[in-house]
Design a protein around this ligand. Structure first.
Ligand SMILES: Cc1cc2nc3c(=O)[nH]c(=O)nc-3n(C[C@H](O)[C@H](O)[C@H](O)COP(=O)(O)OP(=O)(O)OC[C@H]3O[C@@H](n4cnc5c(N)ncnc54)[C@H](O)[C@@H]3O)c2cc1C
Length: 292
């Protein structure tokens, strides 16, 4: 049964921040596309008395590519990402996550901020955005702060967002020339399925050397995480199949998956190794072909 609640409809960000700041009891929650929150409400897992709908806050929905950064308003939908050709070219990892995200109806309303806040380790936009080095802009009536996405989660469904704050923007540096980024979602079906294991990688090269790399793992730990030790194996070295195999084995060590109805922990660990190796090998091949 759906608990009773009211929906507040601010017309702009200031009004929205005012409404979330009025939350003395913890019973006011922001609502974006509702594709997580309303499902949770129906399941009885949430009991807010007021929802602050951000649907009418037009200033939260934009995609900008300038000044060396890609900036995405918190209310950007998954479909907005897919429709933006330049964004998809610069950030194929994000485009791939959007392509395999739910079905068309959900993509049309599901937002970036909602996906990052839902707390699921299987949230599909998290690994690509982590690999792209994303930062969050958080706003409250008191002001704004910027937080690297890889510091946002403190543990399972536990993030750094204060009760009076909203995510307003997600941004990341435009990948430099010659860099590659990619994501692969492994699930039991191609569409509308919860991720069994997801891996995103972003690699930068300086000549033949890997100058920077980020490897993000989804659905294989309490939160999406960076495989930092695996990254350290690659940084400052010329990538080879041996080195990639070593990094993939290390990524497995950094995962801590569970058994559930979708897959066993052992299978998930195996997938982390296979996908990390595959994506890094593809990055190396693209680099060798010189066609990134
Ligand atoms: C049929 C179906 C299929 C799905 N498939 C996928 C899938 O393939 N991959 C996947 O990752 N997810 C999937 N989801 C889950 C969901 O669609 C996504 O997590 C989506 O991105 C959530 O965004 P939303 O705008 O709907 O968030 P909402 O449900 O509106 O909110 C989610 C949470 O974020 C908070 N929030 C929202 N906006 C803000 C903000 N600006 N600042 C602070 N807090 C905020 C809310 O208070 C709430 O806690 C699916 C859901 C359904 C129902």
């Amino acid at each position: 049964m759906l608990a009773e609640f009211e929906i507040l409809s601010p017309a702009n960000l200031d009004e929205a921040l005012e409404l979330v700041a009025s939350d003395a009891t913890g019973n006011v929650r922001p609502l974006s596309g509702g594709t997580n929150l309303v499902v949770d409400l129906r399941a009885g897992g949430e009991a807010p008395t007021s929802l602050v709908s951000l649907c009418g806050v037009a200033e939260l929905r934009y995609i900008k590519i300038d000044d060396g950064r890609v900036s995405l308003g918190a209310g950007t939908t998954v479909s907005d990402v897919l429709k933006h050709r330049d964004l998809c070219t610069l950030a194929p990892a994000l485009a791939e996550a959007a392509t395999v995200f739910a079905g068309m109806m959900v993509r049309n309303t599901a937002t970036l901020a909602g996906n990052l806040c839902c707390g699921s380790p299987a949230a599909d936009l998290m690994p690509p955005l982590l690999a792209l080095g994303a930062e969050l802009q958080l706003a409250s009536k008191a002001g704004q702060r910027v937080l690297p996405l890889d510091e946002f989660y403190l543990g399972f469904k536990n993030n750094q967002l204060q009760r009076d704050e909203l995510i307003t923007e997600i941004s990341f540096p435009i990948p430099p020339k010659g860099a590659t980024n990619a994501f692969y979602k492994l699930a039991r079906r191609k569409g509308d399925a919860i991720t069994v294991a997801g891996v995103a990688v972003a690699v930068e090269f300086d000549g033949g050397i890997c100058s920077a790399v980020r490897i993000a793992l989804g659905a294989v730990a309490p939160t999406v995480l960076r495989a930092r030790e695996a990254e350290n194996i690659l940084i400052g070295k010329a990538l080879s199949s041996e080195l990639i195999a070593e990094a993939a084995a290390q990524a497995i060590e950094e995962s801590s998956p569970i058994d559930d109805l979708r897959a066993s922990a052992d299978y998930r660990r195996h997938c982390v190794g296979v996908l990390t190796k595959r994506l890094l090998t593809n990055a190396l091949e693209l680099k060798s072909q010189g066609n990134q």
